[in-house]
Design a protein around this ligand. Structure first.
Ligand code: PLP
Length: 394
């Protein structure tokens, strides 16, 4: 692989700025075209039909591949489209080992759709090599990891699991949505495929739905290229442009997300309404050491449990700056209630056994001023205690 001369901050800021040779436009333009003229029979400009390749998307895909230290990038119409494209690598009878705590939509895709095609999954604590070994079957084809997991922030040692996977001829696939290549690059730690909901930190402004896949190795890259084109869940030119525009400021945003989230998590640990905070940046988090080793920084999202489930409704009613909404990774702070939103499709007994219960809130900390965020959530938690205690006494 060619060594990159620039640091990641510079490469992010310069995405698409040298690829337009005709006018020298520093922002690569939106090529709003689906068909491309052939110079003559048997010749192509490299672009024939936009599902297969399109100029704006191609610049984004090349940037994504480099940022994640992979060989090829693929831009999809959503994170779920990216996941579906990857899972289509597998055939009837294949088995996957998957992180126990993971985004509810990924679980739904595996359990409600992939299962219809005879692809099965076993959910384990992917940081426990004994559990991985016990769940491995002759037909196991891959390990799929989220680290940190959404929403409980469990950490998996990517290098250890990828080594284990390769010893057994399995693929190692990592969902890197929560840390982004600015902080963590799973391919450098041995993963074969990285996937993103680019809707989140990469886009960064809650305004573009997108997914990215980055692959390592020629054969795997060709297989995904075939599936990407054949399935057709590709990203359009305008969204590709929007995503690149967001990615240019990724470094600045991630630094601010991390510092705000760390301050917020520390504050919540001291609040009387809060029972537990799940954030790998905190030294007492069980995944803290592994995370510090494999990632340059911490995500801007964490979850916490309030002491009484009755606090949840007033907290969501009283927050004003922080929006009660279902996403993460944007500049605007969002609060999510996983039990009824992102993880509602996971059966209640499984969800609760993992720890996604009725007291859990997920906080995607934005880039607002930290004093305003603390005042907003602190005030809402104080109000919740008052209301619940008032009603218990009354
Ligand atoms: N992976 C993770 C970790 C997510 O949080 C999400 C969405 O929340 C997805 C994948 C799916 O991405 P999208 O909503 O862009 O389809």
């Amino acid at each position: 692989m060619e060594k990159e001369p620039w640091k990641i901050e510079s490469r992010l800021a310069q995405i698409g700025s040298v690829e337009e040779p005709v006018t020298g436009a520093v922002n690569f333009p939106i090529y709003q075209a689906t068909a491309f003229r052939h110079p003559k029979l048997g010749q192509s400009t490299g672009f024939d039909y936009a599902r297969t390749a399109s100029p704006t998307r191609k610049v984004l895909e090349a940037a994504a591949a480099k940022l994640e230290s992979g060989d090829a990038g693929f831009a999809c119409s959503s994170g779920m489209a990216a996941l579906q494209t990857i899972f289509t690598l597998f055939s009837q009878g294949d088995h996957l080992i998957v992180s126990l705590d993971l985004y509810g939509g990924t679980y739904r895709l595996l359990e409600r759709i992939l299962s219809k095609y005879g692809v099965t999954a076993t959910y384990v604590d992917t940081n426990n090599l004994d559990e991985l070994e016990q769940s491995r079957r002759p037909n196991t084809k891959a390990v799929f990891i989220e680290t940190p997991t959404n929403p409980l922030m469990m950490i998996t040692d990517i290098e250890a699991v990828s080594n284990w996977a390769h010893r057994h001829g399995l693929l190692s696939i990592v969902d890197n949505t929560l840390l982004t290549p600015f902080f963590q690059r799973p391919i450098e730690l041995g993963a074969d495929i990285v996937v993103h909901s680019a809707t989140k930190y990469l886009g960064g402004h809650n305004d573009v739905l997108a997914g990215l896949i980055v692959t390592k190795g020629k054969e795997l890259s060709e297989e995904i290229a075939f599936l990407h084109n054949s399935i057709g869940a590709v990203l359009g030119p305008t969204d590709s442009y929007q995503l690149m525009k967001g990615m240019k400021t990724l470094a600045l945003r991630m630094e601010r997300h991390e510092s705000n989230a760390t301050a917020m998590a520390k504050y919540l640990q001291t609040h009387p309404a809060v029972a537990e905070v799940f954030y790998p940046a905190l030294p007492d988090h069980p995944g803290h050491d592994i995370q510090s080793r494999q990632s340059r920084g911490n995500t801007g999202i964490f979850s916490f449990k309030v002491k009484d489930a009755r606090y949840v409704e007033p907290v969501l009613r009283h927050i004003q700056l922080i929006a009660f909404a279902e996403s993460l990774g944007g500049v605007e702070s969002l609060m999510t209630y996983p039990a009824v939103q992102t993880h509602a499709d996971i059966p209640e007994e499984i969800r609760k056994a993992v720890g996604v219960d009725d007291r859990l809130l997920r906080f995607s900390v934005g880039i607002e001023h930290i004093d305003d965020l603390i005042a907003d959530l602190g005030g809402a938690l104080d109000a919740a205690i008052k209301e619940v205690e008032g009603s218990s006494q009354g």
